[in-house]
Design a protein around this ligand. Structure first.
Ligand code: AMP
Ligand code: GLY
Length: 417
């Protein structure tokens, strides 16, 4: 039996675990907090830091590893595994810089598809900063710390930063932490994302997914990791044309080739490209070196190829077609009351026992005395599948409402689909 090490413990990794086990592998799950959904699927569970290679479980007999989140890539866990002879469905530390360093990503795009970059500057001093300010105008600036910030680092003038003083203070603070900060021109347009399997050279895209980042209905409130998502039975989205998709795919493909040229490392694993359609063409907002969460739930729940075969093809550099069911999916994230604010309710039990006709993916929860308890973050991704989005939505919402506890969810996910 193929033995696969899965690193990570969120809903995304729960979806990866399900797809892997469904394809017949023995799963060894390494998590920094026990995810009850993943634990149920695994033949072996190890609970320890997922960032520290020395804390990994015994690698004896492990055929390959799948790494869910980005943080272990940044800390070199994939390189450690590869050096130990365990191939990874995940890029090494250098190739993963396409996500973990915004300046690296902008440089790679500049070398291949400069038109897909906004105006930007890799800033190392207050002088650099002021120069860019005078070029594009303070009111048009987006500040991006270079490294990983858990999705909280990007600050846009007018939205998060309201004066020159505030912007410069934030940029200078970030400069002092990392020695470099990326400034970009603020773009305007419709955003979409493309997820792809990558085998070092070839790239196979997955169904398109729309996610809802804002905390409350009608896209009100602060940004979150995402409150829900949908995909259609045709795997398309009305606001993404075939031309948009093929341009995005070409940009991603060229990025993968350039990463190899620059770092010498092959990009294997998942590449998530975030794009904006603007008046001056398609622009890359950012790349992630992993599945999106919840986007992974949408696509992996309708995967109609063997996840094990796809992973082995990625490792061997011979990726072929990957098939998905012609079904629509809707994911509704059930979150603790108060999320994502400072007064979020933590450590309360939730009861998921009566939610049965949807697939449940555990996110940030833990188990104690046979109870499932919430943390301060998203608790359960409730996924409905159907012939169309309306059907999938009905299933997702019927089951989200059956989850008992101090929780809430958005009521308008996929309403506009
Ligand atoms: P990121 O963490 O890079 O995904 O950025 C978070 C959000 O900030 C994105 O989803 C965009 O909506 C927005 N954003 C990032 N870069 C830009 C940009 N250059 N212009 C306008 N919006 C941006
Ligand atoms: N859903 C957005 C992300 O995973 O980054």
């Amino acid at each position: 039996m193929t033995r696969v090490l899965l690193i990570g413990n969120g809903a995304r990794e729960h979806a990866i675990a399900k797809a892997l086990v469904h394809s017949g592998v023995d799963l060894v799950a390494h998590m920094d907090r026990l995810n009850p959904g993943i634990a149920k699927l695994a033949i072996e569970v190890s609970i320890n830091s997922i960032l520290d290679s020395r804390k990994l479980p015994d690698l004896d007999g492990v055929d390959y590893a799948v790494i869910g989140p980005e943080a272990p890539l940044a800390s070199g866990v994939s390189d450690f595994l590869m050096n130990r002879g365990v191939p990874c469905v995940a890029p090494g530390k250098n190739a993963a810089m396409i996500e973990t360093s915004k300046s690296f990503a902008r440089r790679i795009i500049q070398q291949t598809f400069p038109d897909a970059n906004p105006k930007y500057s890799i800033v190392r001093s207050l002088d650099d900063l002021r120069k860019f300010e005078s070029e594009v105008g303070i009111e048009n600036i987006v500040v991006k710390p270079d490294g990983l910030t858990g999705g909280k680092g990007v600050k846009i003038f007018g939205e998060h930063l309201h004066s020159k003083m505030e912007l410069e203070k934030y940029a200078v603070d970030e400069l002092s932490k990392q020695g470099v900060v990326v400034l970009e021109e603020r773009l305007d347009g419709i955003e979409f994302t493309v997820q792809a399997f990558v085998d070092g050279t070839n790239l196979v895209t997955m169904p398109l997914v729309r996610d809802y980042k804002r905390a409350y209905d009608q896209d009100k409130g602060p940004n979150t990791g995402s409150m829900g998502s949908y995909s259609t039975e045709r795997h398309d989205l009305v606001y993404v044309s075939d031309e948009d998709l093929s341009s995005a795919k070409l940009i991603m493909q060229t990025t993968v080739a350039q990463i190899k040229k620059v770092t010498g490392g092959e990009y294997k694993g998942i590449l998530y490209g975030q794009f904006m359609k603007t008046g001056s063409g398609l622009k890359v907002i950012e790349y992630n070196a992993r599945f999106g969460d919840p986007e992974a739930l949408n696509v992996l729940s309708i995967l109609n190829s063997s996840m094990d075969v796809v992973c082995q093809q990625i490792i061997d550099g011979r990726l072929t077609d990957v098939f998905f069911d012609d079904l629509a999916t809707v994911c509704v994230y059930v979150v603790p009351e108060g999320y994502p604010g400072p007064d979020v309710i933590k450590d309360y039990p939730i009861d998921t026992s009566v939610a049965t006709s949807a697939e449940l993916y555990f996110a940030s929860v833990y188990q104690k005395d046979n109870k499932i308890l919430t943390t301060g973050s998203r608790a359960v991704g409730v996924l409905g599948k159907g012939e169309n989005v309306a059907q999938a939505r009905e299933i997702a919402y019927a089951n989200a409402s059956r989850i008992k506890g101090k929780v809430r969810y958005r009521s308008d996910i996929a309403q506009d689909a």
